[in-house]
Design a binder for this molecule. Structure first.
Ligand SMILES: [Zn+2]
Length: 203
């Protein structure tokens, strides 16, 4: 099995052996009976536009020193997480077991369903909205999506934070090459927000 189980700070569940595990306390149960069917893509860099360094992992584990950089004042006290982070060099980091509900989407809606955190896997790409992502991130993301779908066959949609919270969020932004991701995954183009109908559907 391509799974292992952590205890201690982590939570039992699906932790990918291809990822470095940095368990976050910021998660909770999904609603009863809900299987994740959506992947939400984000971008993050701390401070914005600065790559590398420990700050993202510190933010997601509630260990960030809010006084370490002036920008951090604007996010002071934030308790957030995502299931995964893909760094500029393609390194994969996992913070939350896939079965758990991570805290990445906020107020959001996709295909008529509110609260995307309930039914999504959140993936952060180290980057800055509006600027290109690194070449190494695309194959790493495609490989992650393939692995996820092997374990979570209910997955059938991929959207950006900008699509599920339009007007409020803009990541990953125009620097993300959706067509490249569609090609690399081999998944139906209709699964991706960039090509899916914009109008919410019922059900
Ligand atoms: Zn986001």
């Amino acid at each position: 099995m391509a799974t292992d189980v952590t205890t201690a700070a982590g939570t039992a569940g699906l932790w990918l052996p291809t990822a470095r595990h940095v368990p976050s306390p910021n998660h909770g149960p999904r609603p009863a009976g809900v299987q994740p069917w959506l992947v939400v893509l984000h971008s993050i860099s701390l401070p914005p536009g600065h790559y590398g360094g420990p700050y993202i992992e510190q933010l997601f584990t509630n260990t960030l020193d809010w006084d370490a950089h002036p920008y951090f004042q604007s996010i002071r006290g934030l308790e957030v997480s995502a299931h995964f982070l893909i760094r500029r060099n393609g390194e994969l980091v996992q913070f939350v077991a896939c079965e758990r509900r991570a805290w990445h989407a906020g107020r959001s809606c996709w295909q008529g369903h509110d609260n995307c955190n309930d039914y999504s896997i959140g993936i952060e790409l180290e980057g800055l909205e509006g600027t290109p992502f690194a070449d190494a991130q695309y194959p790493a993301l495609a490989a992650l999506l393939a692995t996820l779908r092997a374990h979570l066959p209910t997955l059938r949609a991929v959207a950006g934070h900008e699509h599920i919270a339009p007007g409020r969020k803009a990541d990953p932004g125009p620097g993300f090459d959706w067509a490249r991701l569609v090609r690399l995954t081999g998944w139906p183009a209709a699964w991706f927000a960039s090509t899916a109908p914009a109008a919410p559907t019922s059900g």
